[in-house]
Design a protein around this ligand. Structure first.
Ligand code: SF4
Length: 378
């Protein structure tokens, strides 16, 4: 049977660096205020297309089911250049006729005209970084848009006729009550979205928030309130008809993000662009994960990637860790070792996992302990 795979294209530029962000994202070169004009839009597309030509042979025989432009802020990329890359992908790989093509957008770089241009280039799904519909919380997060800007971007996407629109939300901010988190999630879905990604704010080392936290100068949210917010969002979006299909993701029927499902199910993916990861199997179970150089200048100059062999045991660990994030769970298959069998006995006794044949899943009531559950099965 032909294997399914995805393509990820990383666009590494953002108009400003958010204080919580640890992604490979950089303010474009040029004097302050230059914005997207400082980006070599065509040069970056050329570099990605060169990489595609070099990597395409290793994806021969795979059926591409999804293409995801992430970042960074790929909605800053001139749609003509993004479209050129998408056309290159379609010309050099076996791309499914109903491929899911997603572009991550920020409200500050999405309007109706750009949404139409992306549609014309072959994009069918936009994932918009709303993050909050409250001006004060958006300021706390260091975002460049306000709540009305977020609403306008969603409305522009709708008016342009984009068939699938997802919105990102961040919860777990200090002084945000579970009721406020719930109301924001409801307000977002009531704007007509078919998919919501709700992420807990995490403080990562190496970010501005990480540095403030290290010096004890960042107010932190109460852990109990964060857990209650998670449950309040789950309940509210469930009542609106969105299935909680992955710890951080909710969708109306048929609207799940196919690209991300591929990651969580352990499918191969071709990564292109600065800092992009890729994974390709080189046998039944063994494969290689590569990562491109994380600095745009070095990537553009053709710096080599770094590679890590992934053997069957490492792949099994990853499949369990990622698969348990999904409501559908994971097929244990050959990953069921005697050590895991013992750990499963303990977890089942506490209602932390449910086993149906070889399929293992975490019931929604135990999702709050997912990280610990996965670690016990590592
Ligand atoms: S817009 Fe997204 S990728 Fe860019 S800095 Fe902010 S969080 Fe990071």
């Amino acid at each position: 049977m032909q294997r399914s795979a995805g393509v990820y294209v990383h666009f590494p530029y953002c108009l400003a660096k958010c204080p919580y962000c640890d992604f490979a994202s950089y303010v474009p070169p040029g004097p302050p205020g230059t914005g997207a004009k400082g980006i070599d839009h065509a040069g970056y597309a050329d570099a990605v297309l060169r990489e595609l030509a070099a990597r395409a042979p290793s994806f021969e025989g795979r059926r591409i089911e999804s293409v995801f432009f992430g970042g960074g802020t790929p909605s800053l990329w001139e749609p003509r250049e993004l479209g050129r890359v998408l056309a290159g992908i379609c010309a050099s790989l076996d791309v499914s006729p109903d491929v899911e093509v997603t572009v991550e957008c920020n409200p500050t770089s999405l309007d109706e005209e750009r949404a139409r241009a992306l549609l014309a280039a072959g994009v069918g799904r936009l994932s918009i970084g709303v993050q909050s519909l409250d001006d004060a919380r958006l300021r706390t997060l260091g975002r460049l848009h306000d709540a009305s800007g977020a609403r306008r971007a969603l409305e522009d996407a709708r008016r342009a006729g984009v068939p699938r629109v997802s919105g990102d939300l961040i919860f777990g901010l200090p002084e945000q009550s579970p009721e406020q988190a719930r109301d924001e999630a409801l307000a977002l879905v009531d704007l007509g979205l078919s998919h919501v990604s709700a992420y807990q704010l995490t403080i990562e080392p190496g970010t501005r928030f990480g540095e403030l936290a290290r010096r004890g100068r960042l107010p932190l949210a109460d852990e109990g309130a964060v857990a209650e917010s998670f449950l309040a969002i789950d309940e509210a979006l469930g009542a609106r008809g969105l299935a909680h299909y992955e710890i951080s993701n909710y969708a109306r029927p048929g609207e799940q993000a196919r690209h991300n499902l591929g990651y969580w199910r352990g499918d191969e993916y071709l990564g292109l662009g600065t800092a992009a990861y890729g994974f390709v199997l080189e046998g039944e179970d063994d494969g290689v994960r590569y990562r491109n150089d994380p600095l745009p200048d070095r990537y553009l100059a053709g710096a080599p990637d770094t590679r890590e062999p992934i053997d069957g045991a490492a792949r099994a660990r990853e499949r369990i860790m990622l698969g348990l994030r999904m409501a559908e769970g994971v097929d244990l298959g050959r990953a069921l070792t005697p050590e895991r069998e013992r750990a499963l006995g303990w977890l089942e006794g506490r209602g932390r996992v449910v086993r149906e044949g070889m399929r293992l899943r975490i019931p929604p009531s135990a999702w709050l302990w997912t990280d610990d559950t996965a670690a016990r099965l590592f």
